[in-house]
Design a protein around this ligand. Sequence first.
Ligand code: DON
Length: 311
Amino acid sequence: MQDLLTEIAEAALANPDRGKVATYIPELAGVDPGQFGIAIATAGGEVLSAGDADVPFSIQSVSKVFALALALGRVGDQLWSRVGREPSGLSFDSVLLLERENGIPRNPFINAGALVTTDTYLSGSPPKEALGELVRFVRAAADDDSIHINEKVAQSEIATGHRNFSLAHYLASCGNLQASVDKVLGTYCHQCAVEMTCRQLAMAGRFLVDSPQMPALVSIERRRRINALMMTCGHYDGSGDFAFRVGMPGKSGVGGGILVISPGRASIAVWSPGLNRYGNSKLGTEAMETFARRTGWSVFGVSRDGGQGDL
Ligand code: DON
């Protein structure tokens, strides 16, 4: 496994075709696209990594997984009266379907849906308290108290997030926000600005692995459902392609991070800041495709042609 990670990282670091770094959040525009890291936390308790796996990056939409777990913890299945569970087939920040579907976002991983999950875990408490709870959840999941929010990134997004403000106002006009637009947006942008390294993110994803040795922060049923949503909606309009290429549930972020879960086996984090046309890490996706092919890991069955299956 270590040799495979090293090989994948070396190939990615040498690849000149790196995709484009997100620029619509000014603070992210200056991140060096030459970086690549990968880390894996196995069900057996090992953590292996390669490349820039100890460099912190902005997890952005990967945070929507933790926010969903927190919102479900707050209100359980009642959440599903405010947000759907279907892929949208549109970009992460699209406003198109909101009007047609009466302010009920398609799923909790597009921006509109994540604003609803943020509003849900806010549930009347001051944003600082709610964010404290989110960070505590992530720290507990990763077993790492050094994980924090990058205030500069949060402020940079609040200052420029016109698209998200419009989504939030539309949700509010349909009666699908309880807190004020400013509170929800401020909390959402701070949540997206959580910073982690690949090693920390791989650790934080262990609660979704479905293995007795992993932290039990959510019930088994909830874990399976979060994984199902990651598979169907975790990469926006690129979700079908990610499932086709990688065959494991994953959640991406515009910071270039991807969290991938191999149920029963491992939590994997990969990061490279350059994005593909869907806004998902270009080299991260390609690396996960290689990883899946070489290990034979897939939720759709065991590879019989060279993949090693269990490592
Ligand atoms: O709301 C936004 O636009 C960002 N904070 C997060 C978007 C994102 O990460 C989409 N992922 N690929």
